[in-house]
Design a binder for this molecule. Structure first.
Ligand code: AMP
Ligand code: FE
Ligand code: FE
Ligand code: ZN
Length: 288
């Protein structure tokens, strides 16, 4: 069986491009997705639709469906909350306006992180970030890369641990949309809001997680990312159960970032992820 037919019927609904912190351009992502025989792919960059829009601008392929997508970082008191948006209208003016505000806040934060690093004695210049980001949105992974090149950290992981993680020596917070605002922005653009990788919320107790899901659903959430490389069997089963109980559509994706996250491959994650096309059909029903 060749690679293409082995993958037929599988999808990847969580992929980052050079428009944010991924290392492949939208064109390269489409080529890779086609090569491995995916049936559908969504580029879901952090706080920008540019990568998704570029992918949708190419001539349609008979074998590969491209869904519009985005991943928004939401403000929460602890842990990390990301909200995915699918099948949204990328030309929605209110969406574009809100994203502009978020992108400005991100750019200002990046300047402050560079200043913090300089104060800590790291010889880093803002221009070096634009050089590694390739013109897209700059994120902490780019800053981490520069720190590694300079020898200020031995690995991206160490750069996060020492400097960039929440609580790290050069951590600077930034303005983020509230969860409800992110959800409403996606809904207004005709999209389906989905809670990304729920384990990063860092909510250990199932009852607490369930309470949070009920609140988010009240705010308009329609889905939950159940299939994800870090979830493992136990979490996956738990999330399937919670999604069913609360009428949330289930999605899945690898969070592929290319070289920026070398152990995660498009379509298969760490090797064993298989996300069926059927989930795309459910997503489409959720737009109604
Ligand atoms: P930002 O959006 O600029 O705040 O950066 C957040 C991104 O950094 C996340 O989406 C991840 O891709 C990446 N990230 C967060 N923590 C780590 C880590 N410990 N190691 C590598 N990448 C990370
Ligand atoms: Fe990322
Ligand atoms: Fe995420
Ligand atoms: Zn992601």
């Amino acid at each position: 069986m060749d690679i293409a037919s082995r993958h037929s019927g599988w999808v990847d609904l969580h992929v980052h491009s050079t428009a944010s912190d991924g290392s492949l351009s939208p064109l390269k992502i489409i080529e890779r997705a086609k090569e491995i025989g995916l049936r559908a792919v969504a580029i879901t960059d952090h706080d920008t639709i540019e990568g998704s829009a570029e992918a949708l601008g190419y001539p349609p392929l008979p074998s590969l469906e491209i869904l519009s997508g985005i991943e928004i970082s939401a403000h929460v008191p602890s842990g990390t909350m990301h909200i995915l948006g699918y099948l949204l209208r990328l030309d929605d003016s209110s969406l574009r306006q809100t994203l502009k505000r978020v992108q400005e806040a991100r750019a200002n934060r990046n300047i402050k992180i560079v200043e913090r690093l300089q104060e800590l004695g790291v010889p880093i210049q803002y221009d070096e970030l634009t050089a590694v980001s390739g013109g897209g949105q700059i994120g902490r992974p780019h800053i981490a890369q520069v720190l590694v090149h300079k020898g200020a950290a031995r690995s991206v992981d160490e750069a996060f641990r020492r400097f960039l993680r929440k609580g790290g020596a050069a951590y600077v917070s930034r303005y983020r949309l509230l969860p409800g605002e992110a959800i409403q922005m996606i809904l207004r653009a005709g999209g389906v809001p989905v809670l990304s990788h729920p384990f990063t919320l860092d909510v250990k107790d199932e009852g607490d997680l369930e309470g949070l899901l009920v609140d988010l659903k009240g705010a308009g959430l329609k889905g939950m990312e159940v299939y994800y490389p870090e979830h493992g069997r136990e979490r996956t089963t738990q999330y399937e159960r919670l999604a069913r109980r609360h009428g949330l559509v289930m999605t899945g994706g690898t969070d592929f970032h290319g070289e920026a996250k070398p152990r995660v491959e498009m379509g298969i994650g760490r090797g064993d992820l298989r996300i069926p096309y059927q989930l795309v059909e459910k997503l489409k029903e959720a737009t109604a």
